[in-house]
Design a protein around this ligand. Structure first.
Ligand SMILES: Nc1ncnc2c1ncn2[C@@H]1O[C@H](COP(=O)(O)OP(=O)(O)O)[C@@H](O)[C@H]1O
Ligand SMILES: [Mg+2]
Length: 355
C-alpha cells in the first residue's frame, strides 16, 4: 500500500477550477488521509465555512484520482466535512436588516441592459467617494456577471465568515482602496455564477447585501444585475434602497432600456428616487490626442433623456482605453489623477449634490 505522502502527491493532481486551478492539497482542503494495511484509503475533504458549489464535483474528482493510482482492489472512501459546527446559510434563512443599521445611503447602480459600463461606473464611483473621505462599501449583486473581483484585483481573496450560528453567519467584506467590497463572485468559484437562477440567485444576492458585516458606512453602492426582471423586483422588495443611479450610453437602443429601468423605480409599488443618470462612453478620446472627442455612440443622448424624464444628469464619462485597461488590471481609474479619472470625481460630487 502507498504511504500518506504518496496519496497526497496523487491528490495534488486534483485541481479546483474556481481557484486558478490550484489543487485541493495546496488549498488545504485535504484534512486527513488514512491508509490501512487491509487495503483501504480514507480521505476527508474539509471545506471552510463558505458556499462551495463544487463540493461534490471535487469529491468525485478525488475518488477518480485515487482509483486511478491505487492498486486494484483498494477500497476508497472519501468524506466531506464543513469546518466549524454550523452549516453555511442556505435556503430558508430569515434576512433581517441589522447589518444595514449603520449605513447612511443604499444606492442601486442600475442599467437597462448589460455592457454599458455599469460596473465600471460603480467601482470608480465607490473609489471617488472614498477619496472624498466618505466611508463606502460596494455589493456586487450581479449574479449573472459579477465583475467587481476582477475590476478590484480581489479575485483570489478568500472571504471570511463571522458569527457562531446560522443566523449570524456573516460575510466579511474585502477592504481595498479605502472601500469595502463584496461580490457574488467572491463567494462562488469563477464560472459558477451563471448557473444561479431564480430563487437561488435572489437568495445569493440578498445574502451579499444583508448578511455582510458592513459596519458604519456613508454609502453602500449596489451593482445590480442588468435588466428589469423578477430578480430586481425581489431585490428592491427586500433591500431598503435609498435610491438609484442609472447608467447608459448615448445610443438610442440603450436609452429605450433606460426608460424601462426608470419605470421600474418609479412604479408606485417601488417608488424609489432616481438620483440621476450617468452617460458612459459619451465620446472616445485617443490617449495621444486628449483634446479630441469622437462621438461614436451619438452625442448627448443621455443628457437629453435625463431632461425628458426629469432626472438629474450626473455627468459624462469618456470612452478611454486606459479605463478599460485599469478595469482589467484591477486598479480602478478613479485612483489616479488623469483627465478621465477626474470625470469620476466630478460624478461623485454631482451625486452628492443630487442626494
Ligand atoms: N468609459 C469607459 N472607457 C473604456 N472602457 C470602458 C468604459 N466603460 C466601460 N468600459 C469597458 O466596457 C466593458 C463593459 O463594462 P462593464 O462595466 O463591465 O459593463 P456592465 O457592468 O454594464 O456590463 C468592460 O470591459 C469595461 O472595462
Ligand atoms: Mg457588470
Amino acid at each position: 500500500m502507498p504511504n500518506k505522502e504518496t496519496v497526497l502527491q496523487w491528490l495534488s493532481e486534483v485541481e479546483h477550477p474556481g481557484f486558478d486551478d490550484k489543487n485541493v492539497v495546496e488549498l488545504g482542503l485535504v484534512s486527513s488521509v488514512d491508509v490501512s494495511s487491509e487495503g483501504k484509503i480514507g480521505v476527508t475533504l474539509t471545506f471552510p465555512r463558505r458556499p462551495e458549489p463544487l463540493k461534490n464535483y471535487l469529491k468525485g474528482a478525488v475518488e477518480a484520482c485515487l482509483y486511478r493510482h491505487a492498486p486494484g482492489g483498494t477500497e476508497i472512501d472519501v468524506t466531506l466535512e464543513t469546518k466549524a459546527a454550523s452549516k453555511p446559510a442556505q435556503k430558508g434563512i430569515q434576512f433581517n436588516l441589522d447589518q444595514l443599521r449603520e449605513v447612511g445611503h443604499i444606492i442601486g447602480i442600475a442599467s437597462g441592459k448589460g455592457g454599458v459600463g455599469k460596473s465600471t461606473v460603480a467601482v470608480n464611483l465607490a473609489v471617488a467617494l472614498a477619496r472624498m473621505g466618505y466611508r463606502v462599501g460596494l455589493a456586487d449583486a450581479d449574479v449573472y456577471g459579477p465583475s467587481i473581483p476582477t475590476m478590484t484585483g480581489t479575485e483570489n481573496v478568500q472571504i471570511e465568515m463571522m458569527g457562531e450560528d446560522e443566523n449570524d453567519n456573516l460575510f466579511v467584506p474585502v477592504e481595498k482602496f479605502g472601500v469595502k467590497w463584496l461580490s457574488v463572485g467572491h463567494v462562488s468559484p469563477e464560472g459558477q455564477a451563471l448557473i444561479w437562477r431564480g430563487p437561488m440567485a435572489s437568495t445569493a444576492l440578498k445574502q451579499i447585501i444583508l448578511q455582510t458585516l458592513w459596519g458604519p458606512l456613508d454609502f453602500l453602492l449596489i451593482d445590480m444585475p442588468p435588466g428589469t426582471g423578477d430578480i430586481h423586483i425581489s431585490l428592491i422588495g427586500d433591500v431598503p434602497l435609498s435610491g438609484a443611479v442609472i447608467v447608459t450610453t448615448p445610443q438610442a437602443v440603450a436609452l429605450s432600456d433606460v426608460l424601462r429601468g426608470v419605470n421600474m423605480f418609479r412604479n408606485p409599488q417601488v417608488n424609489k428616487p432616481i438620483y440621476g443618470l450617468v452617460e458612459n462612453m459619451s465620446w472616445f478620446t485617443p490617449e495621444e490626442h486628449p483634446s479630441e472627442k469622437y462621438y461614436l455612440f451619438g452625442k448627448d443622448g443621455g443628457r437629453e433623456m435625463a431632461q425628458a424624464l426629469d432626472i438629474p444628469f450626473l455627468g459624462q464619462i469618456p470612452l478611454v482605453q486606459s479605463i478599460r485597461e485599469d478595469a482589467d488590471d484591477g486598479t480602478p481609474a478613479a485612483l489616479l489623477d488623469r483627465p478621465d479619472s477626474k470625470a469620476f470625481q466630478a460624478l461623485a460630487s454631482a451625486l452628492i449634490s443630487a442626494i
